[in-house]
Design a protein around this ligand. Sequence first.
Ligand SMILES: Nc1ncnc2c1ncn2[C@@H]1O[C@H](COP(=O)(O)OP(=O)(O)OP(=O)(O)O)[C@@H](O)[C@H]1O
Ligand code: SF4
Ligand SMILES: [Mg+2]
Length: 374
Amino acid sequence: MAEPSNDLLLDVRDLAVHFPIKRGLVLDRTVGYVYAVDGVSLQVRRGETYGLVGESGCGKSTLGRAILRLVDPTAGTVEFDGVDVAQLAGERLRTMRRRFQMVFQDPMSSLDPRQSVESMLLEGIKAHGLSRGPEADSDRLRELVGAVGLPASALRRYPHEFSGGQRQRLGIARALSVEPDLIVADEPVSALDVSVQAQVLNLLGRLQADLGLTYLVIAHDLAVVRHVSDRIGVMYLGGIVEEAPSQALYDDPQHPYTKALLSAIPVPDPELEDQRERILLTGDLPSPAAPPQGCRFHTRCPWRQPTRCDSERPELRVIPGGPDGHRVACHWAEEIRSGALQPHRVEPAAVADDVLGPGAVPEHPGSVTEILGR
Ligand SMILES: Nc1ncnc2c1ncn2[C@@H]1O[C@H](COP(=O)(O)OP(=O)(O)OP(=O)(O)O)[C@@H](O)[C@H]1O
Ligand code: SF4
Ligand SMILES: [Mg+2]
């Protein structure tokens, strides 16, 4: 992790992405929306790594894509280096796009199998007007593959000739080829063997230190984001419920959902493991097409109260007297922190499978996390 500066590179305010759900013979009627991202504000400083974590389907990828203008936001603003990205079009958007790049989970699906590494990297460089003539370009390509730990001979090869870890290195080289400021890495190591994961994460860290990059790293695996992030945002059903410096989030989680997520991870020390408070969440993740009113987490929250929780959506806020740099979206964060409120049993609420009736597409099965409910 590099030392982040104080100036903002990315400033996201009240961002929403609602996907229409269509029905009818020619899918001509909008019968509802998937509230994939619903009111997210986050700021990322230059040189910082911001980790985004949450269960499958909570909206992490959609948020990443909306930030890069790969999907159009329904509402809200995304300012990149002081410029509102939503207002850009044509050449100005294209120029801006060079400055933010994405690294995907499955590099194979984003690499063209018929293109050699050399031609793939050159394509990006030329498309963004960064070509400096054949000789300088050739030096640059060698430098790029070298930077991601591959030999110069890799340039003549094709994606299928590489292992998964090497392909992810190529994905990173491609992102780097256009000299970006921000890289959004969406599950960058989820498809890799555990032994290779650390190598790729270390590579990302080294490149950040060398090149002053800013990262938004998306992962469902808490260990991955913890390892690389300066700060972490925890997402639940389209919103950020807690945000804190990485270590502080793990040492002293404030939001009931974060507490539950962390309590489900075994710790290596058997004595500590025995003493730990386990918070098991009951009930499935509600569908993002029919998110609960009020606090989105109230259907599963062991601290839920009869007032406010099911009627008023809590804002992400600093808790007065709470830990530094923590922001929490819970009405009762102070009382939970002081111990004045204790967790209680939650009756699992039924989650409707088919909230919009037959024939509505796309379908959104309420997904259950790999971590929760273990
Ligand atoms: N193009 C789309 N059209 C309609 N619904 C979509 C679209 N893309 C995503 N969704 C829905 O939006 C919700 C959020 O999806 P998203 O892929 O952002 O979640 P995620 O947190 O990245 O999940 P995962 O960890 O499984 O990758 C899901 O219910 C998903 O089905
Ligand atoms: S607002 Fe209520 S339901 Fe939501 S996390 Fe806090 S206590 Fe739980
Ligand atoms: Mg995703």
